[in-house]
Design a protein around this ligand. Sequence first.
Ligand SMILES: [Zn+2]
Length: 85
Amino acid sequence: MLSWFRRKNTEVISKVDLEIALNTKEQCPCGSRLFYRGPAGGMALNVKCAECGVKYWYAPPFTPCTIDNPDAVYNRKHPLRLSEM
Ligand SMILES: [Zn+2]
């Protein structure tokens, strides 16, 4: 978990790894299962990992991707599991 955190800025995580982690395991590649809920549109949701802070566009069964938007758009008071959103 920590090793991924340390190298997240220098290595690109493959789309397959992202898809397995988020869509199948419902967890961030860092191992965290808790996320902050961000803006939603249609079936898509923006989530921010409560552990490492990486933000994702999440809309299973589509492949998730990392995004970058302001921290202020996330509800950081109540971390949730993806299945609770
Ligand atoms: Zn994370």
